[in-house]
Write a protein that binds this ligand. Structure first.
Ligand code: PMP
Length: 304
């Protein structure tokens, strides 16, 4: 069981986590008509009265856009205000994961997004390594990543995670750690909750935004950092067979951070991962507020 933070932001105020409860008839529970975010926050190692949030502006913007895709309004200001109040109430003393959620809170049945009540909440939990930092084995999923023409992929829409869940469980039940999903055109898309990168001949390659990916904030950060570090970064369609011959394959995401892939299906990948290692090291430094060149990626919130 997770260690949840003691307070939740629930429909406009902070209440105790146990008191933030919903009706069994909640519309989003039945129809997947919610959208969520996921961000990491940690006390500044050199000033515990200050909480550091990685790219909070990007996370707020994506969540606000997700709300728009669900035909409701949730402003970035509302999200920032709620996060601040949430952190002040909880006084986190260790790294935590925040889960903001906008959803149809109506009690009526029938799938729809018009004439319906929506609401917003945040809860948090202590989250260590989501995937092993040593590396993961990946199965190529038998499930296909959805297409934007059937589901808005620019948002983190709850209903979309049925495919991620099926793919993850299929992978785990067959002895792997994670799943890599192909898109309907047979190109590599992403993992169950992470974007994917490969390294070939010194180039960093990742499926483009036209490959049915979620526009990951860690992905955008990795691309920007890699370019600043002098690497050539190419966003293009990636074929399945490239995963087997790559010098490095790694995953990126808020929960997973940067995680190496050590095996794809039955193919072991090289143990040397210089590109992944240098990007991971730099990202860790930035998220801990220890890299002045990227201080603009860190939001600092006082909780004392
Ligand atoms: N793809 C999916 C399907 C995800 O759920 C996530 C996690 N948010 C990502 C990619 C990575 O996105 P981010 O780096 O913004 O966490």
């Amino acid at each position: 069981m997770h260690q949840f933070l003691p307070y939740a932001w629930f429909h406009g105020e902070c209440v105790r986590f146990e008191d933030a409860t919903l009706s069994v008839a909640t519309h989003a529970l039945h129809y997947g008509t919610g959208a969520f975010g996921g961000m990491r926050a940690l006390p500044n190692p050199s000033d515990p009265g200050e909480i550091l949030l990685f790219r909070a502006d990007r996370h707020a913007r994506r969540l606000s856009q997700s709300a728009r895709l669900l035909l409701t309004d949730l402003s970035e200001e509302t999200i920032h205000h709620a996060i601040r109040a949430f952190l002040v109430a909880n006084q986190p003393a260790c790294p935590v994961y925040l889960r903001p959620f906008v959803y149809t809170s109506d009690l009526g049945i029938a799938p729809r997004l018009h004439n319906i009540e929506t609401n917003f909440l945040i809860y948090g939990l202590e989250l260590g390594d989501y995937l092993s930092p040593e590396g993961v084995s990946c199965r190529i999923s038998s499930w296909t990543r959805q297409e934007d023409r059937s589901l808005p992929l620019r948002g983190k829409i709850s209903g979309a995670y049925i495919t991620s869940s099926l793919a993850k469980t299929e992978a785990v039940k067959s002895g792997f750690d994670e799943a890599i999903l192909m898109n309907s055109r047979g190109k590599v898309s992403e993992a169950s909750g992470m974007n994917l990168f490969i390294v070939r001949d010194g180039q960093l390659i990742t499926p483009g935004v036209d490959q049915d990916i979620l526009e990951g904030i860690t992905r955008a950060s990795v691309i920007e950092l890699a370019r600043a570090m002098g690497l050539e970064v190419i966003e293009r369609a990636v074929d399945k067979s490239e995963l087997f011959v790559a010098d490095e394959v790694f995953l990126s995401g808020t929960a997973a951070k940067v995680t190496p892939v050590r095996r794809v299906e039955t193919t072991d990948l090289p143990l040397e991962r210089p590109v992944m290692e240098s990007l991971r090291e730099r990202l860790t430094l930035i998220t801990e507020g220890r890299d002045p060149a990227y201080d603009h990626w860190v939001t600092r919130i006082r909780i004392d």
